[in-house]
Design a protein around this ligand. Structure first.
Ligand code: ATR
Length: 276
């Protein structure tokens, strides 16, 4: 039997997911395919989802702009997708379409793999900069992993309140984050600021030596934010690992196999740089 997986979204032509998932299939010796299913606009979404269901796929990833649009078409959501309010992975389980969200959990796994010392203390002070969809996934990924000392900083405060939604966490302004940056051992930049090479969400002059600094932006791979973090003695973490680890979690949901991602990190860097 050959398994059939898809990626839904728009635009997705340059996505690295087919390469990642095909590599996973090869590495785990499973026969199958992972191909693109572009849906150009929301008007045809229902029709396309019905086509997909009829095509008897075993599962699919869903990306921008449809991570919320898909929810009413699913039979149930797992706890993370429920908390985040968005789905990036769907699996056919029996006759049910089940929605998961592996973005934040995958990202947190990437961080913990690279910096195992993070796990030694669940009270490690963590700062999340930005409060969009990515921050929401990462925040709940951290909560589910047991991290207890979480602070959010964003230009628009209400978006932080919305993400926290009753959980135990602090909210500060970006100016406060900049001033008190030395109080944090882990800093995660989740906003789109940094895609423009010259921009940086906050200045890191007061960064503590040895702090872990991560930026989810991976185009460019080395953002201005990460450059400054490195100059200040921070331990830096690139954003592309989010894509790799969310894919690993999705693959595990579909196949029950925990595939080894060794070496793929470096190959991805080469592909991202080649894209530029
Ligand atoms: P998503 O698509 O992931 O939901 P988004 O809505 O584009 O993301 O928002 C990404 C984040 O980048 C937001 O937290 C946004 O801040 P606001 O909530 O105040 O809009 C943040 N962001 C974008 N441009 C910014 C800038 N120039 N300065 C500070 N924050 C910025």
């Amino acid at each position: 039997m050959s398994l059939k997986f898809k990626l839904i979204g728009y635009p997705i032509k340059h996505s690295l997911s087919p390469w990642i998932q095909t590599t996973f299939l090869e590495r785990s010796g499973i026969k199958g395919s992972y191909t693109l299913h572009e849906i150009a606009n929301e008007g045809i979404f229902e029709e396309e989802i019905n086509k997909l269901k009829a095509a008897e796929v075993n599962g699919f990833n869903i990306t921008v702009p449809y991570k919320e649009t898909i929810i009413p078409y699913l039979d149930r959501l797992d706890v993370t997708a429920e908390r985040v309010g968005a789905v990036n992975t769907v699996a056919l389980e029996g006759n049910d379409w089940v929605g998961y969200n592996t973005d934040g959990v995958g990202y947190v796994q990437a961080l913990r793999d690279k910096f195992p010392d993070m796990d030694g203390n669940k009270d490690v002070p963590i700062l999340i900069l930005g409060a969009g969809g990515a921050a929401r996934g990462i925040f709940h990924g951290l909560v589910l992993a047991g991290f207890k000392n979480l602070t959010l900083a964003n230009r628009t405060r209400s978006k932080c309140e919305n993400i926290i939604n009753g959980a135990d966490a602090s909210i500060i302004t970006l100016a406060e984050a900049e001033k008190n940056i030395a109080a944090f051992d882990v800093i995660i930049q989740t906003s789109s600021v940094g895609m423009n090479e010259a921009e940086q969400i906050i200045d890191l002059s007061n960064l503590r030596q040895g702090a872990i600094v991560s930026d989810i932006v991976y185009q460019p791979l080395v953002t201005q934010f990460l450059k400054q973090a490195e100059e200040k003695g921070g331990r830096i973490h690139y954003g592309h690992t989010m894509l790799l680890y969310q894919a690993q979690k999705a693959f595990e949901i579909w196949t029950n196999k925990n595939v080894n991602v060794e070496g793929m990190d470096e190959e991805m860097i080469a592909k991202i740089k080649g894209d530029k």
